[in-house]
Design a protein around this ligand. Structure first.
Ligand code: IMP
Length: 199
C-alpha cells in the first residue's frame, strides 16, 4: 500500500482524486487526516509551477509522498483568464459569485470556447518528481445548469456533450474531465515508478 498526501484544502478535489486514484494499493489522505496544515503562497506563473509549489511544501511538512492538483478554467475570449487565478477570480472567494462574474464578462461574446486544465505534481521524499497535465475542452453556457461538481461546472459544456459537467454523474465527469485524464496518466507513471523501485 502506498499512501499519498493530497496537497489541497478543497474537499471537492479530494473527493474527485479519491474517486479516480484510490484502488489497487494507492491510498490518498488529506491534510486533516495527516494532522498538518500547509498553505504556501501560490506565486507560480503556470499551473505546473503552482502544482509543484503545493506538492513540495506538503512533502516537506509531512515527510510523505505528496500529490497536488493545480487547475482552472481558461477562456479564449478573455485571453486565457481566469486561468491560474480561477480559485480567486475577481478577488472573490465564493464560487457562485465567480460564475456570475464570468457569465457577465462573457455577455455578448460569440466565441465561448473554454477549457478546464489540471496539472498534477507528485513529489517523493527521495526527491523524485513526476508531472502530468491534461485539459477538457468545451464552451461556456449562457446560464447555470446542474448542481453536481463544483466551481465552474454549472457553466461548462464539454465538447460533444449536451449537459454541463454539473449535470453529469461523478463517474461521467471523471471519465472526460481534465482532472480525470491527468490523474489517470499520473497513476500510470506512479505504478511504473513504484514497480521500478521494487526491483
Ligand atoms: P486551485 O485550487 O488553485 O488549483 O484552483 C482551482 C480552481 O479552478 C477551483 O477553485 C475552481 O474554481 C476551478 N476548477 C478546477 N477544476 C474544476 C472542475 O473540475 N470543475 C469546476 N471548477 C474547477
Amino acid at each position: 500500500m502506498m499512501t499519498f498526501l493530497l496537497a489541497s484544502n478543497n474537499p471537492n478535489k479530494l473527493r474527485e482524486c479519491r474517486e479516480i486514484l484510490e484502488k489497487d494499493g494507492i491510498r490518498i489522505i488529506s491534510f486533516k487526516e495527516a494532522g498538518i496544515e500547509s498553505n504556501p503562497e501560490e506565486n507560480g506563473t503556470s499551473f505546473k509551477e503552482n502544482a509543484f509549489i503545493k506538492a513540495r511544501a506538503a512533502m516537506e511538512k509531512s515527510g510523505l509522498p505528496a500529490l497536488a492538483d493545480d487547475s482552472g478554467i481558461v477562456v479564449r475570449a478573455l485571453g486565457g483568464a481566469p486561468g491560474i487565478y480561477s480559485a480567486r477570480y475577481g478577488g472573490l472567494d465564493d464560487e457562485g459569485k465567480q460564475r456570475r462574474l464570468l457569465l457577465r464578462e462573457m455577455e455578448g461574446k460569440t466565441d465561448r470556447a473554454a477549457a478546464f486544465v489540471a496539472s498534477i505534481a507528485c513529489v517523493f521524499p527521495d526527491g523524485k518528481e513526476l508531472w502530468t497535465e491534461a485539459e477538457c475542452r468545451g464552451e461556456l453556457t449562457e446560464e447555470e445548469r446542474g448542481t453536481g461538481g463544483f466551481g465552474y461546472d454549472p457553466i461548462f459544456l464539454p465538447a460533444g456533450f449536451t449537459r454541463t459537467t454539473a449535470e453529469m454523474s461523478p463517474e461521467e465527469k471523471n471519465a472526460i474531465s481534465h482532472r480525470g485524464k491527468a490523474l489517470r496518466m499520473m497513476e500510470e507513471r506512479l505504478r511504473a515508478y513504484l514497480e521500478g523501485e521494487e526491483k
